[in-house]
Design a protein around this ligand. Structure first.
Ligand code: PGA
Length: 233
C-alpha cells in the first residue's frame, strides 16, 4: 500500500473535483489516495479520495484576515493538511518553526499533517542538501502527538519536469527515516514529491523508504493522476 497524494495548489473547481472523484471510484486500488484542494472545495463527503487542505493558520481564531483555522478545516471535512510546502515557505515566509506549530495545530485537531521538507537549488549547489533535510525534519516535525506524514520535496525540482537521481532520492529518504526513528516516529510514511508523473512513478516508488508520492501538476487531471495511482498496487 502506497500513499498517493495530490496537491492541486490554486487550480481546479468543484466540477473538476467531482469528475476526479467519479473517475477514482472506477479504479481498483489498495493505495491510499488523498487530494489536497483549495479551501473552497473541501467538502465533507469526499469518497473515494480523502480530502486535505494545503495550509492552515498557526492561530486558533481571531483577527487574522484571510487565514483558515484548523477547526474550520475540520468542520469542512479535511482529513489531511499539507504544511511547509515549498511555495508557502517561499511566498509566505513559513519557517521550520512555523511549520512545526502548524503541524501541532493539525495533530491537536485530529487532522494528519503532511509535512514538507526539501532543499532549494542554491542549497543543493552549496552541497547542503542532507543538512537542510535533517534540520527540516528535526525542526518541522513535532516530537509528539499523533501520526504524521513527511514529504521530501526537492524544491528545485517542483514543477520543473526534472527529478533527482534514484540514488539521491534513496539517500534523502534513508536519512529522513533514520531521523524519524530517533525521534520515536519510526514507521512514519515518507513521500517523495516534485515532478512525479505516470512515467516515473513506479520507479520512484520502488526506491527504499519511499512510501508514496506527493503530486502537483500531474494530479489535476484523471488521465494523468490515475496512472500514478495504478503504477503500484
Ligand atoms: P509537481 O509539484 O508535481 O508539479 O512538481 C509537486 C508539489 O508541489 O507538491
Amino acid at each position: 500500500m502506497k500513499i498517493i497524494a495530490g496537491n492541486w495548489k490554486m487550480n481546479g473547481s468543484k466540477a473538476t473535483l467531482h469528475e476526479m472523484q467519479q473517475r477514482l471510484s472506477e479504479i481498483n486500488t489498495e493505495n491510499r489516495v488523498i487530494l489536497c484542494v483549495p479551501f473552497t472545495m473541501i467538502d465533507g463527503d469526499s469518497a473515494p479520495a480523502a480530502i486535505g487542505a494545503q495550509d492552515v493558520s498557526v492561530h486558533d481564531h481571531g483577527a487574522f484576515t484571510g487565514e483558515i483555522s484548523v477547526s474550520m478545516l475540520k468542520e469542512a471535512g479535511a482529513k489531511y493538511v499539507i504544511v511547509g510546502h515549498s511555495e508557502c515557505r517561499m511566498y509566505h515566509g513559513d519557517t521550520n518553526e512555523i511549520v512545526n506549530q502548524k503541524a501541532k495545530m493539525a495533530l491537536d485537531a485530529g487532522i494528519t499533517p503532511i509535512i514538507c521538507v526539501g532543499e532549494t537549488m542554491e542549497e543543493r549547489d552549496a552541497g547542503k542538501t542532507l543538512e537542510i533535510i535533517e534540520s527540516g525534519v528535526r525542526e518541522s516535525v513535532p516530537s509528539d502527538g499523533g501520526d504524521v506524514i513527511v514529504a521530501y520535496e526537492p524544491r528545485w525540482a517542483i514543477g520543473a519536469g526534472i527529478t533527482p537521481t534514484d540514488d539521491d532520492i534513496a539517500d534523502a529518504h534513508k536519512l529522513i527515516a533514520g531521523i524519524l526513528e530517533k525521534m520515536g516516529r519510526g514507521g512514519t510514511p515518507i513521500l517523495y514529491g516534485a515532478s512525479v508523473k505516470g512515467a516515473n512513478a513506479a520507479q520512484i516508488m520502488s526506491i527504499p523508504y519511499v512510501d508514496g508520492v506527493l503530486v502537483g501538476g500531474a494530479s489535476l487531471k484523471p488521465d494523468d493522476f490515475i496512472p500514478i495511482i495504478m503504477a503500484t498496487k
